[in-house]
Write a protein that binds this ligand. Structure first.
Ligand code: KIV
Ligand code: ZN
Length: 526
């Protein structure tokens, strides 16, 4: 492995550079049930910027005020990455994207229109000639706001080749600098996608002056293979998402395309600006804020991606880890604990450990986190990095909460009915209620609802074990929805009921905050 990377460093030149365009906050957020709050989007954007992603597609500004705000705020914040906003081929979309991106030091407008016969006839109900005119008009409009304009042919892989060439030529003539060829429905296969890029790059006048881009969906599980095939044919931008999030089966996973090129320099001699060491952090953050768990055997970021169970494999690993690992866990930011945290650890070690994990807390937040760490260490033999991340994230997000859990007692078991007694601090005052329910979780949520009456729906309740063993922290995710607003709450505790109550309360606090922001109303109105 070391030989390969030295060789690749020597070979690095600008022709082999692949731009990484992350669309977690746009296409990724289009995954059903995956909406993120503004502050969660800002957190994700900061990690993407930090890890070296070149372009961050931050949203679709015309789609909602929330998307507009996300693009606008991320534009103010980004230090390195270009911030991109999506728009259809309509002037009002493009103008809204231009407005949202105004504060960015580097901005891109990404405008798209469908070009396949199926989409033109049924979705757009437009003749090909009108689509062609819209390509020119939309790109020209976008150029009023920025000289970095990307044009996409939606459903390109099911588009007639001659027509696709004419559209691409029109987009280039109108001023597009990046041409994206999406496999919108995940239909293509690597050889076919490769040949499509070759054909476009060779045939379209002006093709040599623009960057061609891949955008692959994973309906047949080929999104990463197709993206890399596009690069081999000359594409130099890959559109992808953290954990492969996205519409239906998702998009090409950023971590997979980056590590694919990084690991197989012998056959994929391309390079990106992404520092893979941030991959694990980004994956965990996106999973946490979106409420989408990462499948255990997911490449690069799954819990089992670097785990070895069989005796033969373990024996091989002990002799030489290259026997069963083609990349090291450290290379993607999975580190063995250098400090083992337990009940004897003091403030200094705790602070150092947090620093190591990327957290710097203010004095009050640190004191509270330390106290919770001590409480956890009393209950658990070993406190893992994952426990600490869960514990600190919970603490960081709970500082401004209106509603806090004071105590919870649950009566559960086969005897029934299950009951819960909950005391909440609401606006500084303690209130207690008892409620029964269909199981202890239902009883707990009913008791919370009795103290803070509301009509929010519960579209998601999910429990995961953060670490191993029966003393593992359970991480609970709760999503609440009311009147078109959603909020996700997350909490971890060795007691699943406590984690459930805290996650529910956190979602409720989020919903109140969003609702107050949207319509300036107070707690009682929810
Ligand atoms: O999949 C797709 O075609 C898209 C476009 C909007 C680029 O996401
Ligand atoms: Zn897409």
């Amino acid at each position: 492995m070391a030989d390969q990377s030295n060789e690749s460093a020597a070979r690095r030149n600008s022709q082999d550079h692949v731009v990484i365009f992350d669309t977690t906050l746009r296409d990724g957020e289009q995954s059903p049930g995956a909406s993120m709050t503004l502050s969660e989007k800002l957190q994700v954007a900061e990690v993407l910027d930090q890890m070296g992603v070149n372009i961050i597609e931050a949203g679709f500004p015309i789609a909602s005020n929330g998307d507009f705000e996300a693009v606008h705020e991320i534009s103010k914040l980004m230090k390195n990455a270009v911030v991109c906003g999506l728009s259809r081929a309509q002037f009002k979309d493009i103008d809204r994207a231009g407005e949202a991106l105004a504060p960015a030091h580097r901005s891109r407008i990404h405008t798209f229109i469908s070009t396949s016969p199926l989409h033109m006839k049924y979705k757009l109900q437009m003749e090909p000639g009108a689509v062609l005119e819209a390509v020119t008009a939309s790109v020209e409009r976008a150029r009023r706001y920025t000289d970095d304009v990307e044009w996409s042919a939606e459903d390109a892989t099911r588009t007639d080749h001659d027509f696709l060439c004419r559209c691409v030529e029109a987009a280039i003539k109108a001023g597009a600098t990046t041409i994206n060829i999406p496999d919108t429905v995940g239909y293509t296969v690597p050889e076919e996608y490769h040949d499509l890029f070759k054909m476009l790059i060779e045939k379209v006048p002006g093709g040599e002056d623009v960057t061609f881009s891949t955008h692959c969906h994973n309906d047949l599980g080929l999104a990463v293979a197709n993206s890399l095939a596009g690069v081999r044919a000359g594409a130099r931008q890959i559109e992808c998402t953290i954990n492969g999030m996205g519409e239906r089966a998702g998009n090409a996973a950023l971590e997979e395309v980056v590590m694919g090129m990084d690991t197989r320099q012998d056959v994929l001699p391309y390079w990106t600006d992404v520092d893979p060491v941030f991959i694990t952090k980004a994956s965990r953050l996106v999973s946490a804020v979106s409420g989408f768990p990462v499948q255990y055997n997911k490449a690069i970021v799954g819990q089992n991606a670097f785990a070895h169970e069989s005796g033969i494999h373990q024996d091989g690993m002990l002799k030489n880890n290259q026997t069963y690992e083609i990349m090291t866990p450290e290379s993607v930011g999975l580190r063995e604990s250098s400090l083992v945290m337990g009940k004897h650890s003091g403030r200094h070690a705790f602070k150092e450990k947090l620093k190591d994990l990327g957290y710097e807390l203010g004095d009050n937040a640190f004191q509270e986190a330390f106290q919770r760490f001590k409480d956890l260490a009393d209950k658990k033999k070993q406190v893992f990095d994952e426990d600490l991340i869960a514990l600190v994230d919970d603490e960081v997000s709970s500082v401004n909460d209106l509603i806090k859990l004071t105590s919870l007692t649950v009566y559960a078991g086969t005897g029934g009915p299950q009951k819960a007694t909950v005391t909440l601090e609401v606006n500084g005052k303690d209130e207690t209620r008892e409620a029964s329910g269909d199981g202890p979780v239902d009883a707990t949520f009913n008791a919370i609802r009795a103290i803070v009456p509301h009509e929010a729906r519960l579209p998601l309740y999910q429990v995961m074990a953060v670490t191993e063993g029966t003393d593992a922290q359970a991480e609970v995710m709760v999503r609440l929805e009311h009147d078109g607003l959603t909020a996700t709450g997350r909490s971890a505790d060795t007691d699943t009921m406590v984690a459930s109550a805290r996650a529910y309360i956190s979602a409720l606090n989020g919903l109140i905050a969003r609702r107050e922001k949207a319509s300036d109303i107070s707690l009682q109105a929810i």
